[in-house]
Write a protein that binds this ligand. Structure first.
Ligand SMILES: CC(=O)SCCNC(=O)CCNC(=O)[C@H](O)C(C)(C)COP(=O)(O)OP(=O)(O)OC[C@H]1O[C@@H](n2cnc3c(N)ncnc32)[C@H](O)[C@@H]1OP(=O)(O)O
Ligand SMILES: CC(C)C(=O)C(=O)O
Ligand SMILES: [Mg+2]
Length: 507
């Protein structure tokens, strides 16, 4: 049987226009440029950079983004008026691929109460606007705002007319998030059949999430023949938001077998883009948000963790790497079982016999009743109480740090290694790095620093600092923790503890 050719879906990102329309998501010029550059890296096809006539801020953002991105199309929204079109053209002058996105509402309720126009007047306004825009723009998109609540006959008429004038993309928005997947599918199919000059025209959809259907509706539209999806990072946008880009793209990618289409998006850039937006706006996504939430690749239940430890695909339909995460997370908590607990204990470098393991697991379960999440530090605390297995092969004698402005940081450290005193010195990028380099040199092991954190564990100027490091030694991870009022000493102690764990004979 002949295979059907995969359809290319254009991703039109409107994070900087519709996304910014949501309360609390205003971004300044440099933030918008940063997001736009990341969207380009992500591989979207169109960046809707703003609504040029709306404000000098939007105008400047469109202009700067046009200057700063390469081969991606940059769009400005515009009402069907000459003033809006002129302003959009001015803002897009430096864009390599400028697009104007014209819109006018077509539903009876919008025409009667908002625009106070008849259908004929709206049709005339749309046609004249496309005709005028054609003087400047080759790439014209026309949206019938509130299309889903509009009369199908009138929509057919207005879309046919704007295509005849030169619109290359027609957008069929569900402006108020009202439709359902089946209904939207049928709606688009009908329009496709009724618009006689639709061949070679890009059919776009733009769905809002008022009933939580934005992504499902967008995907149903693909099956009905849509070739462009308008969406936003993290699903931000008016009211309950727009269709989330990351969900659309990963659905298309994960279910190629079902949708038989693809996008140009580099899915490995998804987390980075989502986090950038969260950091810039200060609005975090909820932990259970599909694809980009903190829990999207986290497993807490014992039965799931056991499955995951045997074979990842038991509970994951996508790899964390495919969206740009390093790994999945096995979170220890009250629902975890022995398999996950033992796995973590081993990863932390402990070797326990079965009796010690049972005792430690009992202590872990008791702790889970008191704490929502059990961290590696808690397991260290349990195990340090239960066992004294970490050998003190390396001990700190003294250390001296020399650092200051324009002076390379130097650490000189005396260690006792297997009973022999050794003093070494090293320079580094700061006193902590210099100290770690000395220890690595002294113990003569190849060590990679995977993670380093420093926290205050008490208050005041004599606060105790807690340093936690994770080291990779001989392809195994070891975690070390040190506490001192001197953060350098805490860091050295943490590093030494992790190194000492690597001397445990693993069986
Ligand atoms: C579905 C969407 O997301 S559409 C995009 C919505 N985005 C925004 O509104 C954000 C940016 N908007 C703004 O900054 C302002 O609303 C502006 C600058 C665009 C307009 O501001 P104002 O001139 O003060 O008008 P205001 O916003 O109060 O009202 C909207 C006007 O646009 C008119 N209008 C709305 N859509 C269209 C259209 N497609 N074509 C022509 N006029 C339109 C309305 O009838 C109303 O006109 P009126 O002032 O003659 O009554
Ligand atoms: C401007 C249009 C496409 C819009 O944002 C909507 O209808 O929701
Ligand atoms: Mg919208």
């Amino acid at each position: 049987m002949e295979e059907m050719e995969m359809k290319r879906i254009t991703i039109f990102d409107t994070t900087l226009r519709d996304g910014e329309q949501a309360p609390g998501f205003t971004m300044n010029l440099s933030e918008k440029v940063k997001i736009a550059k990341q969207l380009e890296k992500l591989g979207v096809d169109v960046i809707e950079a703003g609504f040029a006539i709306a404000s000098p801020g939007d105008f400047n953002a469109i202009r700067e983004i046009s200057r700063n991105v390469g081969n991606v199309s940059v769009a400005s929204l515009a009402r069907t008026t000459k003033l809006d079109i002129d302003r959009a053209w001015e803002a897009l002058q430096f864009a390599k691929k400028p697009r104007i996105h014209l819109f006018i509402a077509t539903s009876d309720v919008h025409l009667k109460y908002k625009l106070k126009m008849t259908k004929d007047e709206a049709l005339k306004s749309a046609v004249e606007a496309v005709r005028y825009a054609k003087r400047f723009f080759d790439d014209i998109e026309f949206s019938a705002e509130d299309a889903v609540r509009s009369d199908l006959g009138f929509l057919t008429e207005i879309f046919t007319a704007v295509i005849a004038e030169g619109a290359k993309t027609i957008n069929i928005p569900d402006t108020v998030g009202y439709t359902t997947p089946d209904e939207y599918y049928a709606f688009i199919k009908t329009l496709k059949n009724q618009i006689t000059n639709i061949e070679n025209v890009n059919i776009s959809v733009h769905c809002h999430n008022d009933l939580g259907f934005a992504v499902a509706n967008s995907l149903a539209a693909i099956n009905a023949g849509a070739t462009q999806i308008e969406c936003t990072i993290n699903g931000i946008g008016e009211r309950a938001g727009n269709a989330a880009l990351e969900e659309i793209v990963m659905a298309i990618d994960t279910r190629k077998d079902y949708f038989n289409c693809y996008t140009n998006v580099d899915t490995k850039q998804i987390i980075k883009t989502s986090k950038l937006l969260q950091n810039i706006t200060g609005v975090k996504v909820q932990p259970n948000k599909a694809i980009v939430g903190d829990n999207a690749f986290a497993h807490e239940a014992g039965i799931h963790q056991h499955g995951m430890l045997q074979e990842r695909t038991t509970y994951e339909i996508m790899t964390p790497e495919s969206v740009g995460l390093e790994t999945s997370k096995i979170v220890l908590g009250k629902h975890s079982g022995r398999h996950a607990f033992i796995d973590r204990v081993k990863a932390l470098g402990y070797v326990l016999d079965s009796t010690e393991l049972e005792t430690a697991y009992g202590a872990f379960i008791d702790l889970c009743d008191k704490k929502k999440e059990v961290y590696d530090a808690d397991i260290d605390a349990i195990l340090n109480k239960e066992t004294t297995h970490i050998p003190e092969v390396v001990k700190l004698e003294t250390f001296m740090i020399h650092s200051g402005k324009h002076i390379p940081a130097t650490a000189t450290i005396s260690l006792v290694i297997d009973g022999n005193e050794l003093t070494e010195a090293s320079v580094g990028d700061g006193p902590v790095d210099a100290s770690f380099k000395v220890i690595e040199k002294s113990v003569n092991k190849k060590i990679k620093l995977i993670d380093y954190k420093i926290n205050a564990v008490s208050e005041g100027k004599d606060a105790l600092g807690e340093a936690v490091v994770i080291l990779k030694i001989d392809n195994k991870s070891y975690r070390g923790r040190g506490i001192s009022t001197d953060v350098i000493e805490a860091s050295i102690n943490a590093y030494i503890e992790a190194v000492n764990k690597s001397y445990i004979e693993l069986n």
